[in-house]
Design a protein around this ligand. Structure first.
Ligand code: HBI
Ligand code: FE
Length: 277
């Protein structure tokens, strides 16, 4: 379901046309998935090479977290014990369900927008089951299990963030009906994927795309190049993003309560203002 005008999600992520032909350049086995695009995670099927690659990816990123990741992320990582190997989602779900009543669902890779947002609206986070190849060790366009699990899962243990993400899912389904998803997708990208937060006067990362990439974590926090701007919903919705390179703008929250509060209103008038701009 192509959207008029701008893509809802960038071309590389717009898979609606490709889902009917899962071999069209998309990773993952979509053949035996359920109607909601979920699959089983056969945690015993990962090869020893993949387990070793996972450990190298985790070790490299853990070393960069001190002074760069927000406190909530660091505390959750300590409990997730990712250095033991590729996590079993069923095991993580016991702790996650107890912490914020969320659960991880295994998916073969990118899923269509409305499927993705319906999962979020029901406190289910889709986590890709396959791991990048050795050639993609430093960079991968579409999300793999390292991006999804290492990047996104720790923040799901923070209640106010978890509540926001569910509200985002509801909001995105509504935005799609109102023709506003192109703008609301930017909010997802500048928070859930590339978000920064001020913590005790210092800037820290909470965005999954930043926290799962060595290059972007350094760029977002330490490079002189990008603009680091105060979080503002309308400014964000007016700011296009890049998926295949580091960002030229990052937005800084004062708190996760700010994120939840500022995104609570009905966005219908915001879309009208953006459309008339
Ligand atoms: N599918 N599996 C998966 N993971 C995502 O992060 C994802 C998706 N489909 C759509 C989508 N993200 C985008 O619409 C959001 O990032 C805005
Ligand atoms: Fe992501």
């Amino acid at each position: 379901m192509q959207n008029e005008g701008m893509q809802t999600t960038p071309a590389a992520f717009d898979i609606s046309a490709k889902t009917h032909n899962p071999n069209a350049g998309l990773r993952g086995n979509y053949a035996d998935m359920a109607a909601d695009f979920t699959v089983r995670q056969h945690v015993g099927d990962y090869t020893s090479e993949e387990q070793a690659r996972w450990l190298r990816l985790v070790a490299r990123q853990l070393a960069l977290l001190p002074t760069r990741a927000c406190r909530e992320f660091i505390d959750a990582v300590a409990k997730l014990d990712m250095q033991r190997g590729i996590p079993d989602f069923a095991t993580v779900n016991v702790a996650l369900n107890a912490a914020t009543n969320w659960q991880l669902v295994a998916v073969p890779g990118l899923v269509p927008d409305d499927v993705f947002f319906t999962h979020l609206a029901n406190r289910r986070f889709p986590v890709t089951v396959w791991l990048r190849s050795e050639a993609e060790f430093d960079y991968i366009v579409e999300p793999d299990i390292f991006h999804d699990f290492f990047g996104h899962v720790p923040m799901l243990f923070t209640p106010v963030y978890a509540d926001h993400l569910q509200a985002y899912g509801h909001g995105a389904l509504k935005a799609k009906r109102l023709g506003g998803l192109d703008w609301l997708a930017r909010l997802y990208w500048y928070t859930i994927e590339f978000g920064l937060i001020r913590e005790s006067g210092e800037i820290r990362a909470y965005g999954a795309g930043v926290l799962s990439s060595p290059k972007e974590l350094i760029h977002a926090l330490e490079s002189a190049a990008p603009r680091r701007r105060p979080f503002d919903v309308m400014t964000i919705m007016r700011t296009p993003f890049l998926i295949d390179d580091v960002q030229s703008s990052y937005f800084i929250l004062e708190s996760f309560e700010q994120l939840h509060h500022d995104t609570a209103p009905d966005f219908t008038p915001y879309y009208t203002a953006l459309r008339n701009a």
